[in-house]
Design a protein around this ligand. Structure first.
Ligand code: AMP
Length: 284
């Protein structure tokens, strides 16, 4: 059964009557197979899944795409219903607030800020972005009170920020990171891919291919990281890269001396569309 709620009051009421294992998938809607993979995992492990669809104004900068971000609520509901058909005795509660006031009732400027992780890389290029993300996710956690919440590793830095927030605030919520779902050509699925022209779609493959190449150069050996760094220096001559970096997978520190797991993090920009991708590697 799928139920759609538009107000936080209704949500709180429904949630109060719920005794079972609750999973939560927060999204901004315009769903694709990446979002559905989170829903499937949540349905496998919980009786009830709360699925929020909310384009959060607090995580967009003043010159970003908040107004043109694709909003396709009815299609999203249909996709969720279709997915739920394969799961008997499970329930999905879609929380799709029509007004931001449902989430931020007093339109306060109070923000949650996860120090350190929020201001590097993506956070340096989008100041305030992760504060907006952490703030809305905490607010949604308060409303939904899930035992488990599911996030995509597609937004790897976001995943770390949320994980850190949960640790810092001692929230009783388990955070699960799910693998990136890609098109068969390697392009990571994203609601923003629809901004790309046919030609840009072709060019966008540089992103996943470059990450694979750097991964191959490293080949799980710390001693190869230097070689990978010189390849990156060469790659970055193309100014369409916002960044391409090798960082520790847990702290995002660029000091890899004690790292056993690293992450490659990259943003490749085509026109105004910024494409994010990443890859994690164990190293010895
Ligand atoms: P968004 O609607 O873009 O805020 O994404 C909602 C959730 O879906 C986030 O946890 C994302 O990391 C996740 N997600 C987005 N794209 C993908 C993808 N290609 N594979 C896996 N998860 C994804």
């Amino acid at each position: 059964m799928v139920k759609v709620l538009n107000s936080s009051q209704e949500l709180i009421q429904v949630r109060n009557g719920e005794q079972k294992a609750i999973g939560f998938v927060p999204t901004m809607g315009n769903l694709h197979a990446g979002h559905i993979s989170l829903l499937e995992e949540a349905l496998k492990h919980n009786d009830v899944v709360y699925f929020s669809i909310f384009v959060n104004p607090k995580q967009f900068g003043p010159n970003e795409d908040f107004n043109k971000y694709p909003r396709t609520l009815q299609v999203d509901i249909n996709l969720i219903e279709q997915c739920l058909n394969s799961y008997t005795n499970k329930k999905v509660i879609i929380f799709a607030p029509i007004d931001a006031k449902e989430i931020f009732p007093t339109n306060t400027n109070q923000l949650v800020s996860v120090a350190g992780l929020s201001t590097m890389l993506e956070g340096a290029l989008r100041p305030g972005h992760f504060d907006g993300v952490a703030t809305v996710v905490l607010r949604l956690f308060e409303l939904v009170r899930p035992q488990t919440a599911y996030f995509g590793l597609k937004d790897y830095q976001q995943f770390l920020v949320i994980q850190q927030m949960v640790v810092d605030l001692k929230l009783p919520i388990k955070i699960i990171g799910m693998p990136i779902i890609r098109e068969s050509n390697g392009l990571a699925l994203s609601s923003r891919n629809q901004y790309l022209s046919a030609e840009e779609r072709e060019v966008s493959l540089i992103l996943s291919r470059t990450l694979s190449k750097i991964g191959q150069i490293i080949d799980h050996k710390k001693s190869n990281v230097e070689k990978a760094q010189s390849e990156i220096t060469h790659v970055l001559k193309d100014s369409r890269w916002n960044y391409l970096e090798i960082r520790d997978a847990g702290t995002l520190s660029s000091d890899l001396t004690h790292s056993t797991k690293i992450t490659l993090l990259a943003v490749f920009q085509l026109g105004t569309t910024r494409l994010l991708d990443n890859m994690q590697l164990e190293i010895q």
